[in-house]
Design a protein around this ligand. Sequence first.
Ligand code: AMP
Ligand code: MG
Length: 366
Amino acid sequence: MDATPRLYASTPLRLNHTIETEVLAIDSAAPDPGVIARAAAVVRRGGLVAFPTETVYGLGANALDADAVGRIFAAKERAADDPLIVHLADAGQLATVAREVPPLAVALAAAFWPGPLTLVLPKRAEVPAAVTAGLDSVAVRVPRHPVAHALIATAGVPVAAPSANRFTRTSATTAAHVLEDLGGRIDMVLDGGPAEAGIESTVVAVYADGVSVLRPGAVPTEAIAEVVQRADPAATIRTGAREKVSPGMMAKHYAPRARLTYVTGPREAALARVRALVAEELAAGRRAALLLSDEDLEALADLAPALTASLGPRGDHTTAARRLFAALRELDQRGAESVFAIAPETMTGYARAIDDRLRRAAARVE
Ligand code: AMP
Ligand code: MG
């Protein structure tokens, strides 16, 4: 999305000690208030708690405590110029972090909250600069996952929470993924089973006269456009930032350890291209892997020595989103050196978000 070279001058310090990470099982449908109370106490005293949401696992801290927010950046080794999303228990608390809420934001919040939509709005001074990477705007969302909701409501503070993985790597969709990346670096993980959507929230900047979709995500762009148009037929709907630089939208992100090649274009041509590339890899003795739909794996079944991971039935973007990050981690674990994926055929539902993540995970498209 953004090919501008970025400077990582602000890379945080590496941690030189480990802490004990407590893992607590929790029922995602009916979270135990006792477990939630323990996690909320950790957040209130400035600690870090990873928790399931309807998108991916989040790594939460008190958004109004600059030291706690600093710990998120240190644990993830996240670049300081990549702002965090602030999570609220309900839309009524919006005024505690946003200084203006344009009518279009009210309409979008009414339509999609609680849920996987993030709104970028003018920020209140109470939100520390560390949360917003020094920007005058703040990204806000009200999650619908019962564990996320209960944790934020019980903590009684807005919770800043990026995805619970090391910076630039594949987002965590299970507690095991969180521990793989952040074990020994954070205070607690609430294990509520796999995250629901598997893909992050849609990020939308809201202005008086229109919106910009900054990051495609779990709320499809077409659903956002519909609500905006209904609220204000004259409103403009763009994709990408109005400002020159969109923070955090660096080319390389969501990356597996293996080298990922993402092939776009018509299906038959894409399959032929993958067949040729994978045959080359296998001939050179490298462990190549296919990350494709069931039908596409079937079409390339002759590449038998290749490792495979299924994204589900062809055209089922919901299943593909849920499996995407877990499949990339699994292929890493199985020793894949190169992974090949092809673009969704239609850009509906989660497809735009899947395409965005694969482009950036590959940071190289054929
Ligand atoms: P995540 O890493 O999933 O927590 O997503 C955070 C992303 O939200 C950042 O990388 C930005 O792309 C976007 N974001 C957060 N705050 C802002 C902001 N104030 N303005 C624009 N985009 C933002
Ligand atoms: Mg992230």
